[in-house]
Design a binder for this molecule. Structure first.
Ligand code: TXA
Ligand code: MG
Length: 316
């Protein structure tokens, strides 16, 4: 676990234009000074991320948002009061001071204030907003432990170890429009919670203009072993002794080579917390492929199934 000295060392590296992996409450991030285009370019290089996929900018203090965005919208303050620090990213009109590489040339920028105390201390000490995608190679499994980062990104300048990410899946991403908000990526903050603050209003197709999310690809979060969703559409015959099972609440687990239980009682929050670490372990086990039992698509279950479908997409 990181000490204050480690955090200060990492902050110094960020000030020097280096790239540092750090814990957040969602997943580990790969951070650099958001105002330093060269440092941000190194993030794309290390991750092998296509340049059309924009980064989220992390702040430690609400006031930082003013230099990063052009907005005059009371709803942002309301959302921040309720959900920040925490796993919510808000897409806002960007100020011209943010280098284009951060936003892949979009007119908008995603902003998030993480809750993890190591992340907050790092951003505060760096003295700058920190651009950070998840600290995995592009398209691969997201990291919820420092060792997941070390495995995929051995060339990163430094890894701050903050133990296990306690939320376990990426932040909910929302965009605001003239009537309300829409969800660009599901996470543990659900539509129902957000609706208590701002109305839910997905723009009808004919009104959609610049709200694009280039990173929302169909294939993502893929483990190195094939993963399939074990629903009624799965028809392949298989030998359970060669298969790893990602189990939602422990039903029908007999005979599998390895079983990773996401929750014992069907708690969807526990599923989100354990999801990526469980898939990492199954990927490392002696199995030919992974089967994932579907979870109910309500509340946080929407985010969990979204990750599972993207992980399974390339193996269909
Ligand atoms: O929880 C999280 O959000 C983690 C931690 C590290 O904060 N970060 C994360 O970043 O998940 P990343 O880069 O793996 O995913 C960010 C997503 C991408 O799919 C990207 O396309 C989308 O956010 N995004 C970023 N800026 C955007 C923008 N201006 N408009 C639309 N989508 C945007
Ligand atoms: Mg990611």
């Amino acid at each position: 676990m990181s000490t204050q000295l480690d955090i200060e060392h990492a902050a110094q590296l960020i000030r020097d234009g280096k790239v540092v992996a750090f814990p957040t409450e969602t997943v580990y991030g790969l951070g650099a000074n958001a105002m330093n285009a060269m440092a941000v370019a190194r993030i794309f290089e290390l991750k092998e991320r296509p340049s059309f996929d924009p980064l989220i900018v992390h702040i430690a203090d609400f006031e930082q948002i003013r230099a990063l965005t052009n907005f005059d919208d009371d709803r942002v303050q309301l959302l921040a009061d309720r959900f920040w620090p925490g796993p919510l990213t808000i897409i806002l009109p960007k100020s011209e001071r943010i280098p284009d590489i951060v936003t892949s040339g979009l007119e908008t920028v995603g902003i998030r204030m993480p809750a993890n105390p190591v992340a907050r201390e790092l951003i505060r000490r760096s003295g700058c907003p920190v651009a950070a995608p998840s600290a995995n190679k592009f398209g691969q499994l997201s990291p919820t432990l420092a060792r997941h980062v070390a495995k995929q990104l051995p060339d990163v300048d430094y890894i701050l170890d903050g133990g296990q990410a306690e939320v376990g899946i990426e932040s909910t991403i929302i965009a605001l429009n003239h009537r309300g908000f829409e969800i660009l990526r599901h996470g543990v903050i659900t539509r129902e919670e957000l609706e208590k603050v701002v109305p839910y209003y997905p723009l009808p197709d004919e009104e959609k203009t610049n709200i694009v999310s280039p990173g929302m690809l169909k294939s993502h979060y893929s483990p190195e072993k094939p993963i399939y969703i074990w629903d009624s559409g799965f028809s392949m015959a298989f030998d359970r002794s060669r298969v790893g099972l990602l189990s939602f609440k422990g039903d029908d687990t007999d005979g599998f080579a390895k079983v990773e239980l996401l929750s014992t009682d069907g708690d969807l929050k526990a599923c989100a917390v354990n999801l990526f670490a469980a898939i990492h372990r199954l990927e490392e086990a002696d199995v030919d492929f992974i089967l994932a039992q579907p979870v109910p698509e309500q509340g946080i279950g929407l985010a969990v199934m979204d990750k599972l479908r993207k992980a399974a997409y390339r193996y269909q």
